[in-house]
Design a protein around this ligand. Structure first.
Ligand SMILES: [Zn+2]
Length: 446
C-alpha cells in the first residue's frame, strides 16, 4: 500500500559551502531515479530571518513521495546517507537534521511551522512536537536543525501562498570559482519575463541578483509565480559553465510570510518578527552612515525603529516621517539598543500623515514683496519697498510632505528571501503541475 512520506531536511550547509537546497535536490532526484513518485515539488521553506545564528537565509527543505510501506526503511536509509554525503560542516556549527512523517500532516505541525516564521523556538519543543505529530527526527551532529526539519514538513505550501524557484547547481570542479553567467542574457530575460518572475535585477542599481557569491553549489536561481514561468525564464539564460543539475522548488519566498503576526511594542522580544501599528513619537534622526532611527508609540508603549541605509528608498521615506504620523512597521528585532528592543524595519506602511507646518514671514500688504524680521518683538519690514509693520508676525505655512500614504519596501538588493516583491501580478493562476517539471534533465540545459 502506498503512503505519502514527507522528509524534512535542515542545515547541511555552512560558510565553507554546501546548501540545504542541494541536499534536497540530490535526494529528490535519487528517489525519482529509483522509480518513486513525488507528490509535489520539493519545498524550500524560509523560516524566521531574524535569527542571527542561522546560515544565510534560514531555509529548510521538505520533499514528498508516495512510498510502499515495505520500502519506507530503504528510503529512510537513502535519505540519511544523502544528508550525510552532502553536508559541508564547519566549526561554527552545522547541525544537519532530518525528519520523517508518514501520511497527512497534522494541524499542530502546521501551527508549529507558522511559529517558526515569527519566533525563536527551542529544540526541546521540537522533540515534543515531533512526538505528538508522530514524526521521526534524527540529528546528525548538533540538534538545532531539528526545528527547521520539522517546520519544513509543516509549512503547508500546497495551501498557503507560495511562489517557485528554479535553481541550477554547479559541477564540483567549479566550486569557489567566479560564476560564469552572461549578465546581458539575464537582463534580456528580465525584460521578457519580469512580470512573471522577480528579484532578477535590482531596480535602483541595475545589479544582477540571480547568483549568490559564496562557496555554495548554487549557480543561480530564478524566482517566479509558476513552475512554467521559472523554467521558461531559465531557458533564456546563457550559461558559460557546465551545470550538474536543475531543480524547481515550491517556496514561501516573496510572500511576506514572516511579517504576518501583529505585535505590541511591549511584547516584542529579540529575534521575533512581525508588524505593529502606532504613531511616530519623535522626529526621525539620521545617524552617521545614513541609518534612520525613530520612536514608535502604540497603545502598549514605545519601541525604537531602525531603518538601515542599504534599504535605499525605504530609508529615504523614513527620514520624512513626522511626529504624529500613523504607520504600520514590519520587521524583526535584531538587537538591543541601550537596553530597549529595536525593530529593524523591512517594510513601512504610511497610514496617516499629519500636516507639516512651517513658520514664515508674510508678504507685504502694499507691494507683495517678502517681509523680513526687524528683530525680536520689533515687527516686520518689507525687503522690497521698505514698509514697516511693527504689529505683524510670522505666519504658519503648510508644507508639502514628500512621503505618501503608501507601502515602502526596500529595493530588491536589500530584500530578504521572504520579502514580497512589488512586481506581483494581480492574477496568479493556480497552475497545474507538469510532471516533466519534476524530471528536469540536465542534458537539456548544458
Ligand atoms: Zn512692500
Amino acid at each position: 500500500m502506498l503512503t505519502e512520506l514527507h522528509i524534512g531536511i535542515d542545515d547541511t550547509d555552512s560558510e565553507k559551502g554546501g546548501c540545504t537546497t542541494y541536499t534536497a535536490a540530490v535526494l529528490f532526484q535519487e528517489l525519482l531515479g529509483r522509480g518513486f513518485k513525488p507528490s509535489d515539488f520539493p519545498w524550500l521553506v524560509r523560516l524566521n530571518p531574524n535569527i542571527p545564528w542561522k546560515t544565510r537565509g534560514n531555509g529548510a527543505l521538505a520533499i514528498h513521495f508516495f512510498i510502499d510501506e515495505e520500502q519506507i526503511e530503504d528510503v529512510h536509509r537513502i535519505a540519511m546517507e544523502t544528508v550525510d554525503k552532502t553536508t559541508v560542516a564547519s566549526a561554527h556549527g552545522t547541525d544537519p537534521a532530518i525528519a520523517f512523517l508518514k501520511g497527512q500532516v497534522p494541524r499542530a505541525l502546521h501551527e508549529y511551522s507558522t511559529r517558526a516564521l515569527h519566533d525563536v523556538l527551542s529544540v526541546r519543543e521540537a522533540r515534543a512536537v515531533a512526538r505528538r505529530a508522530g514524526a521521526e527526527v534524527h540529528a546528525l551532529m548538533g540538534v538545532r536543525g531539528l526545528i527547521g526539519s520539522l517546520a519544513a514538513i509543516g509549512a503547508g505550501l500546497d495551501f498557503v501562498e507560495h511562489t517557485f524557484e528554479i535553481i541550477a547547481y554547479r559541477i564540483s570542479e567549479n566550486l569557489g570559482n567566479p560564476r560564469r553567467i552572461d549578465h546581458d542574457s539575464v537582463k534580456l530575460m528580465n525584460s521578457k519575463y519580469g512580470n512573471r518572475t522577480f528579484n532578477n535585477l535590482d531596480s535602483e542599481s541595475g545589479r544582477v541578483l540571480v547568483s549568490p557569491h559564496g562557496l555554495d553549489p548554487v549557480l543561480l536561481g530564478i524566482r517566479g509565480y509558476s513552475p512554467n514561468d521559472v523554467l521558461d525564464a531559465f531557458k533564456e539564460l546563457q550559461l558559460n559553465e557546465e551545470i550538474e543539475r536543475v531543480m524547481i522548488f515550491r517556496t514561501n519566498q516573496g510572500t511576506d510570510a514572516h511579517l504576518g503576526k501583529t505585535r505590541k511594542a511591549v511584547d516584542l522580544k529579540p529575534h521575533q518578527s512581525g508588524a505593529l501599528t502606532g504613531r511616530v513619537d519623535d522626529v526621525p534622526r539620521v545617524l552617521r552612515g545614513g541609518h534612520v532611527i525613530f520612536r514608535l508609540r502604540d497603545d502598549s508603549g514605545l519601541i525604537d525603529c531602525a531603518v538601515y541605509r542599504p534599504t535605499g528608498s525605504l530609508a529615504m521615506a523614513a527620514r520624512d516621517l513626522l511626529p504624529g504620523d500613523t504607520v504600520r512597521v514590519y520587521g524583526g528585532v535584531r538587537r538591543l539598543r541601550e537596553g530597549t528592543p529595536t525593530l529593524n524595519v523591512e517594510k513601512l506602511e504610511v497610514l496617516h500623515m499629519v500636516e507639516k507646518i512651517q513658520q514664515a514671514n508674510p508678504m507685504c500688504s502694499s507691494c507683495g514683496g517678502r517681509c523680513e524680521s526687524m528683530g525680536r518683538g520689533q515687527g516686520l519690514r518689507c525687503k522690497k519697498c521698505g514698509q514697516r509693520n511693527e504689529y505683524a508676525s510670522k505666519i504658519q505655512v503648510r508644507q508639502e510632505r514628500h512621503i505618501q500614504s503608501t507601502i515602502y519596501v526596500p529595493p530588491p538588493r536589500a530584500r530578504r528571501h521572504l520579502t514580497m516583491p512589488d512586481s506581483k501580478p494581480r492574477n496568479i493562476s493556480n497552475e497545474y503541475l507538469r510532471v516533466e517539471n519534476f524530471q528536469l534533465r540536465v542534458e537539456d540545459f548544458n
